[in-house]
Ligand binder design. Structure first.
Ligand SMILES: [Zn+2]
Length: 84
């Protein structure tokens, strides 16, 4: 699945989550303390992630949290089959 974040230094930062986010291409000093989660946890392939956006400059990243429960089950199933 494609990211909804567009990194563009010529456009002003914009938060049109969940359709679109325009982010500066690089984080700034403010981003270390200003990041805030947008919306709910989402799933992309085997991973769960959230979008985090800086309240000050609008810098946005996809923050991967952990493998999805579905992917973990599939992996565990593969390991068990491998033992037989
Ligand atoms: Zn920032």
């Amino acid at each position: 699945m494609a990211s909804i974040v567009e990194y563009n230094e010529r456009k002003a930062a914009e938060n049109a989550y969940p359709e679109r986010i325009i982010s500066p291409p690089q984080p700034n000093d403010c981003c270390f303390s200003g990041m805030k989660q947008l919306g709910d946890v989402e799933e992309d392939g085997n991973w769960l992630y959230v979008y985090k956006r800086c309240r000050v400059c609008g810098y946005t990243v996809r923050n991967f949290l952990m493998m999805s429960p579905k992917a973990l089950r599939k992996m565990r199933g593969g390991i068990l089959r491998g033992l037989n």
